[in-house]
Each structure stands twice: as structure tokens, then as C-alpha cells.
Design a protein around this ligand. Structure first.
Ligand code: SF4
Length: 489
């Protein structure tokens, strides 16, 4: 996904400042880039902490001032002692103060300067993110933000403390203008609403959706939408119908655990407003494939917690689940509680900073076993077969349009298809399972399905193999260093 936050900062820079925008997921910043620059702006999430610090080190080799903003530093400024400027919080007064200081003098200050936003810029006054600075056609999926914040207070989540409980909003017109711009800049495929909770303000969601429906009609359903929302969206048929019409096809829900006691303990009772499996089936009936977050290592977990998760995966037939170890993030009720209980362990050899009730090794081996068993090619393709039967036929069937059948889309699809067939169908060690799924689809011309399932399945199978053999961290927040591909100098 394109880095939204930094694109917004790029669009907010004073007129006349020239920007070279580098996403190191696409290419590493070179010496020539650093020589060209007067100052470097960096952003990232906790998972990227080693790379964030590495960019700072490289910039300092060129004696450049480096400013860091974004979600990780906003929650944990203490993670980044080497940066010249820390920008804590969202776009607002701190941002303009940073621009003023760098405009006056771009040299490195004598000591670290921390600027904290006290007055956030109203989201309705956000500029359009600077998508034109990126090769948008190189991204798997585009991203857009409609709202920020979430009314709930799940114990492990830092969203309410960082972004507030009363979601702030962009106007539908802003969202439409961003979508137009993304299309102009070459985005194809899908756009993900990165909002913490797409139904954080249900009335606003209902106001936005008809605009998305109209936009899709105007643009020949060029894009599929995805979003992140609480599972109680299953109780809102009026929202789900409009989402179907707007061609939403995927929804991430933080289901976390199928255990009601655990949901209560983490203050996530809203997941039980409908029985979880019924909620998943309801979403499927509107054509929405569910992606689920799952957490292991909860205080309520018993020795057989992994079996419960695997049973839930079989029952729900959700293909993609992000199974993760519990991590106590600063600025969460969980962090405060564990601190009081003396159960925080800062040890970079561990995958979590939580002193679990169960033995650490048991929790990590449960995670490895869940990953290994949930993502065997047989199990994974069977879950996708279930979606083919029970979910995809319920989707809005968009008409063939010149936007969907554009030459660039066909070329992109053919490139992806030939890569998948070569790497998985010819060279892959699970090609039998792949062809069992792909052949009937290819025969009926459903190439899109072969591409989308083939690509995601391959990533999951390879990732899960690494995970079950101990080559991946069990928590996406872990600071344990694996063989991280650090950008070339
Ligand atoms: S519902 Fe989601 S975004 Fe909201 S507090 Fe809970 S985990 Fe965080």
C-alpha cells in the first residue's frame, strides 16, 4: 500500500519546496538522493523501527537533518533518540512549526527537538495526498482514509488514545476527489479504506456510501473496495447493502478470539452482538470476504487455545487470518495494567513484551503450529473454494467497462497470471493443489479469481512455512531482528 501519512505531509509542504518521495518498499534511497536533499522526512510503524533508525543513520552520514513523524514515534518518541526532529501527533501546529524551523535553517540542530501537535488540522481541510509523486501502478492495493479514531476501547488497542474516540471525518467530496486523483495517477485493482473502523460513525458511513456508488457507476467499477470494521457491522443491513452496491469485496474484522470470556476480558463485547460465525456468514452473504485478526497469548488462553483457533478457522472458512501474539503497546489500557502487575518484559530476544500466564515457549510454539496447520495448501485452497461457492456469487456483478478492460489492466493481469503460473503452477511444490483450484476457473475464463487467489495463497503459504519453522516473528510488533533486508547504501 502507498504510505498515506507521508503523502499527506508531502502535499502540505510549503509551496516551492521540492520533494523526492521514496518508498523503500519499492526502492532504497541512494547516496545521490541524500546528496540532492536538504532534509529528510521519515515515517513508519513500530514494525519498521529498525529500518526507520537505519534511514536516520544513512542520512546522518550525509550530515542531513532528519525529521520523524507518524504512528510509531507518536506513540513511542523514546524509540528514536538519534533523530534531529521528532514530530509527535498528527498534522497540525507541530507540522507547521517544523516547516518554519527547517525553512529558517536546514542544518542539524545541536540537540533533538520534539514538536508535539496540540491543534490538529481538521480532516475536512486535509489536502489531497501527493499521489502524483509515486508510481501508483506498482502497488498491489491503494489506500484511502475517510475517518480517524474509534469509539470502542479494546484493551490492547492504541487507536482511541492516539486518534480519539469520536471519529473525525473527511467530507464525501474529499474522498471522491482522492479517488479521482488515484485513478488519474494510474492506480488499478483495489483501494483499502484504512480507517481504524469504517463504521466508527455509522451516520457518516451511510452518508458517504451513495457517493461511492455513484463514483463507481461513473468510472465503470474500475476499483474494488476493502475496509476495516467491527464485526457488529453484521447488524447493519442498510450499510452492507450499500457497500455491496459500491463494490466492496473484502472486510477486515478484528475477531481476535472465538472465546467469549476472552472478548469480555479485553473489553471487546461488541464482537458478540451477533454470534461470530453468524456474523461472518452474514458478511459473506453480501459478497464480503472476511479477513480476521486473531490474538494468541491472552490471559484467558488455556493450554489448548490453538485448537480453539484452528476449529474456528475450519468453521468460519475465513481464508486469511492475521494470527499474532499479544503485544502490550504503549498508550493502551493493557500496557498500563501489565505495568502495574509487573508483567512487561523488554527483551529484544522475545517476540512479545508480555509476561504470559502460560509459558512463553508454549505460546510461541502454539502460534507456529497454528500457522503451519492453518495454511497448508490443502486447507487454504479449500477455504477459498468455500468463498467461491458461498461469497463471491453474492457480490455485485459489475458490467464490463472500458475502465475494467483497459489495455493497461489486461497487461497487468497477464503479467501477474504468467508469474503465478510459472512460479506456482510449474515450479511450485504445491502445484497439484494450485491446479485443482485454478484449472476449473481458467476453463470458464475466471482469470481474475486465479490471479487474486493464487497471489494471496502463495504469500500465505510461504509466510506460514517460514513461521512454523521459526523464521518469522510471532508478533508483527516484535522488535526481534530477523534477516531484515536493509536498503543498500
Ligand atoms: S474496535 Fe478496533 S480500532 Fe476500535 S478500539 Fe477496538 S481494536 Fe481498536
Amino acid at each position: 500500500m502507498p504510505p498515506q501519512g507521508l503523502l499527506l505531509i508531502a502535499a502540505s509542504l510549503p509551496a516551492g519546496w521540492k520533494v523526492r518521495f521514496i518508498d523503500e518498499n519499492i526502492r532504497a534511497a541512494t547516496d545521490e538522493d541524500f546528496i540532492w536533499a536538504d532534509a529528510v522526512f521519515v515515517s513508519g510503524m513500530h514494525i519498521q523501527r529498525p529500518q526507520i533508525n537505519d534511514i536516520c543513520r544513512r542520512a546522518h552520514q550525509h550530515d542531513l537533518a532528519v525529521a520523524l513523524g507518524g504512528p510509531s514515534v507518536s506513540a513511542c518518541p523514546e524509540y528514536y533518540p538519534d533523530f534531529d526532529y521528532l514530530h509527535v501527533g498528527e498534522l497540525g501546529d507541530a507540522t507547521y512549526e517544523l516547516f518554519r524551523r527547517l525553512g529558517r535553517d536546514s542544518a542539524r540542530p545541536d540537540r533533538q527537538v520534539i514538536l508535539t501537535t496540540k491543534e490538529r488540522r481538521d480532516m475536512a481541510a486535509f489536502p489531497l495526498p501527493a499521489y502524483e509523486l509515486l508510481p501508483l501502478n506498482k502497488y498491489f492495493i491503494g489506500s484511502i482514509q475517510f475517518s480517524s479514531g474509534c469509539p470502542y476501547q479494546c484493551e490492547f488497542c492504541d487507536i482511541p488514545a492516539l486518534y480519539g474516540r469520536n471519529p473525525r471525518l473527511k467530507s464525501p467530496e474529499q474522498v471522491i476527489a482522492e479517488l479521482d486523483k488515484m485513478l488519474e495517477c494510474g492506480l488499478a485493482g483495489a483501494v483499502y479504506f484504512v480507517d481504524d473502523n469504517f463504521i466508527g460513525n455509522r451516520k457518516a458511513t451511510l452518508d458517504l456510501l451513495p457517493h461511492l456508488v455513484e463514483w463507481q457507476k461513473r468510472n465503470g467499477y474500475a476499483i474494488q473496495f476493502a475496509c476495516e470494521a467491527t464485526l457488529n457491522i453484521a447488524k447493519r443491513p442498510e450499510i452492507l447493502s450499500l457497500m455491496r452496491e459500491a463494490y466492496f469485496t473484502t472486510l477486515f474484522a478484528g475477531i481476535e478470539t472465538p472465546d467469549p470470556d476472552a472478548l469480555k476480558a479485553m473489553s471487546k463485547q461488541h464482537n458478540m452482538m451477533v454470534p461470530i460465525l453468524e456474523g461472518v456468514r452474514t458478511l459473506n452473504s453480501y459478497g464480503l470476504e472476511v479477513v480476521s485478526g486473531i490474538i494468541l497469548g491472552l490471559d484467558t488462553d488455556k493450554l489448548d487455545a490453538g485448537e480453539g483457533i484452528l476449529e474456528f478457522i475450519d468453521q468460519s472458512q475465513i481464508p486469511l487470518l492475521t494470527i499474532n501474539l499479544l503485544q502490550a503497546l504503549p498508550r493502551t489500557p493493557l500496557y498500563d495494567r501489565l505495568k502495574r502487575e509487573g508483567r512487561l518484559i523488554e527483551d529484544s530476544d522475545r517476540d512479545s513484551n508480555v509476561d504470559f500466564f502460560l509459558p512463553y515457549e508454549h505460546v510461541v510454539s502454539t502460534w507456529r503450529e497454528c500457522m503451519g496447520r492453518a495454511y497448508t495448501p490443502e486447507k487454504l485452497f479449500a477455504r477459498f473454494e468455500h468463498q467461491v461457492r458461498e461469497t463471491y456469487p453474492n457480490r455485485f456483478q459489475p458490467p464490463n467497462s472500458k475502465q475494467r478492460l483497459s489495455w493497461s489492466n489486461i497487461k497487468r493481469g497477464m503479467t501477474m497470471l504468467s508469474n503465478i503460473i510459472w512460479h506456482v503452477g510449474v515450479k511450485g511444490d504445491y502445484r497439484r493443489e494450485f491446479w485443482k483450484f485454478a484449472w476449473p476457473r481458467l476453463k470458464t475464463g475466471d482469470i481474475e479469481r486465479v490471479i487474486s487467489v493464487g497471489l494471496v495463497a502463495h504469500h500465505l503459504i510461504v509466510f506460514a512455512r517460514d513461521a512454523s519453522s521459526g523464521q518469522q516473528n510471532a508478533s508483527y510488533y516484535s522488535t526481534r531482528l530477523r534477516d531484515m533486508p536493509v536498503a543498500a547504501e
